[in-house]
Design a protein around this ligand. Sequence first.
Ligand code: PMP
Length: 363
Amino acid sequence: LSPQYVRAIAPYQPGRPIAEVARELGLAEHDIVKLASNENPLGPSPRALVAIENALANIALYPDGSGYDLKAALTRRFGVPAEQIVLGNGSNDILELVARAFLAPGTSAVFSRHAFAIYALATQAAGAEGIETAAHDFGHDLDAMLDALRADTRVVFIANPNNPTGTWLSNADLLAFLQRVPENVIVVLDEAYGEYLPQDKQSDALVWLQRFPNLVVSRTFSKAYGLAGLRVGYALTSRMVADMMNRVRQPFNVNSLALVAAAAALDDNDFIARSYALNQLGMRQMIQGLLLMGLDYIPSFGNFLAIRIGNATAMYRRLLEKGVIVRPIGNYAMPEYLRVSIGLAAENTQFLQALESALKEQA
Ligand code: PMP
């Protein structure tokens, strides 16, 4: 009964939950390591927990559908007025709101090969055509993306850094790209992993909002802020685009606990600094371990690494049997790669040891 474009959708495959894998293996949950969903191994910002406790008494009430307090906090932080902010049930919701507001059958969206899977899914769900461009060293080829724009193209999706490859585009390259994209094409700059970039590579995107009303900067509290389970993300954009996105948004798309937690976590610079530092250390630990095993990987600017492993599905299963959950990324046209999130030092060690013993078994 569904339209053909809905039936054609290959569902998103999330990382396996710890409880399910523990049950399957007959292990305790604390024996399982999950490095499959790019979550923050430090847990949530402690300020978020306090805010949630204080807000629990109010869960009989609907949340503030306008997200007044969180938007005010975002305005204080980024200098972007509330009319130019859209809140989402995770940044996933932001990506879907863009698709719903600007795509329809007869239009198209452009995204890169190996780019975050939701771009293709949201495009398809809107009945629009997805145009996938060739990658450059596993990252976005911005020239190829410009060349791919058609008269019916309404949206371009770019992840910076990208998941699952960890590739990164410079501010200079992105600015040059924006200058060449026609005004009637929405450019979504997905910065889900932006907080993991070093100081000298931080995004200039907010400065560009003034000049490019077609720019949508998408961010999330799921990664560095450690609030993935609450589902809250946001878009910073022009008044016009925010207005369109809000028209197709569910009235209460962000729940009340998520709203207060995000507002409390936003200015927890100390927590973000700790998350960044831990990720840097863990990334070095992982890379060192991989090099010792003679394994190839894609240099990453995120909190995860794509590792070239041969038959990644087989290795994924072998690691799973050892209680280590990672992600094969065959659905990203990378059947030889496993994606592993950077965890705590002990989790990284457990992963590296499991990988080493799995490689020995294989040999
Ligand atoms: N963008 C990218 C590039 C991602 O990797 C993810 C999470 N996997 C998201 C957006 C969506 O995350 P969330 O909905 O939790 O904000």
